[in-house]
Design a binder for this molecule. Structure first.
Ligand code: OOG
Ligand code: MG
Length: 333
């Protein structure tokens, strides 16, 4: 059982200490390929006068903080808990915010996932139920639009599920966009690391068409990778088509999709747009979750990522996604 001991200078906020412990535990588990639950982290606090950078004690540097020190409400005060609350409030109040990394350069990918987890914990505490996982930025169309070339994972809940036939309630969102996705329902648990697309597809029960409503809490959908991870990958809502197919009957890389707005074709793609095959995206999700000690569960819904760029939803629109074998979803606003 690996035991890691870390020392932290006294006086840090408890959120910062928690974030540090989690980061160390995940890093050690990943480095040793050991289960997260086997890692023990021991924290000792040291007095500022027992910690020096070069020959300058932490207590001296704190006492002689430079006048150019960041203003009180900037990066110095950001924590996982505060970032989660900031994003939750923006969502609840349908108010856009500026990207957090501008003020908090310490928000890295791992911390972004900690913020995402804190948001989901808050939602679960308020009665939401986790129903699965989504991938974001798995297609070139999405990556190019957002200027980020790395896929990410996020969590979907029952409150995000929208019934087909129900219009998008524009009052509920800040600036919603919609994107067609291939959606899996898992027959079995899927646990990384080392999952291949074939392993992933063997754990899938059914495949359906999906239409995801995304609503970044950031102004103009402008964010860096850690910001969008923290914001649970802009998740807001999702429609699932009525037709459920056995994936073994289909070549999902050749499953085509046509997106229309008010009858006009605005985009087309095939399943190959998503990492070559949506099964690759599913494997990627399982392996990425494993690095954080999590896995995909039997019964989970998995949104594999937008096949095409997302389209803005405006009042009066009728937007449809027509798939070759998975049927069509028509959404109005
Ligand atoms: C981030 C969410 C990306 C997808 O399917 O690629 C996503 C965004 O575009 O705001 O859901
Ligand atoms: Mg999506």
């Amino acid at each position: 059982m690996p035991i890691v001991q870390i020392s932290i200078v006294k006086g840090r906020e408890s959120d910062a200490v928690t974030a540090c412990i989690k980061q160390v535990a995940h890093a050690v588990a990943t480095t040793l390929s050991a289960p997260l639950s086997s890692i023990r982290v021991m924290v000792t606090e040291v007095e500022p006068e027992h910690f020096a950078v070069g020959d300058t004690l932490k207590s001296e540097s704190a006492a002689t903080a430079s006048p150019q020190a960041p203003p009180r409400d900037s990066g110095a005060t950001w924590t996982v808990g505060r970032a989660a609350r900031h994003l939750l409030d923006a969502e609840a109040e349908r108010r856009d915010i500026t990207r957090i990394t501008d003020e908090w350069p310490g928000l890295d990918i791992l911390t972004g996932y900690q913020v995402q987890e804190a948001i989901i914990r808050d939602k679960v505490a308020n009665g939401h139920t986790v129903v699965g996982v989504k991938l974001g930025l798995t297609s070139r169309a999405k990556q190019e639009r957002m200027g980020i070339d790395s896929p990410l994972t996020a969590v979907i809940t029952d409150r995000m599920h929208l019934d087909t036939g129900t219009p998008v309630d524009l009052k509920r969102f800040i600036h919603p966009r919609i994107e067609p996705e291939i959606v899996f329902t898992m027959a079995r648990d899927l646990r990384g690391p080392g999952v291949t697309a074939a392993d992933a597809m063997a754990a899938v029960g059914k495949v359906r068409a999906g239409f995801e409503v995304i609503d970044s809490r950031y102004r103009d959908f402008s964010f860096a990778l850690p910001d969008v991870i923290a914001d649970n990958a802009s998740s807001a809502g999702f429609y699932i088509g009525d037709i459920a197919r056995d994936p073994a009957e289909l070549d999902l890389s050749l499953e085509a999709c046509i997106v229309r707005v008010n009858g006009e074709v605005v985009d087309t793609a095939t399943g190959a747009a998503v990492q070559g095959h949506p099964g690759e995206a599913l494997a990627l999700a399982a392996n990425s979750l494993a690095a954080r000690g999590q896995y995909i569960r039997a019964g989970d819904t998995v949104l594999t990522g937008g096949l095409t760029d997302a389209v803005f939803i405006t009042a009066g629109d009728e937007i449809s996604a027509q798939f070759t074998s998975l049927g069509s979803i028509v959404v109005t606003a």
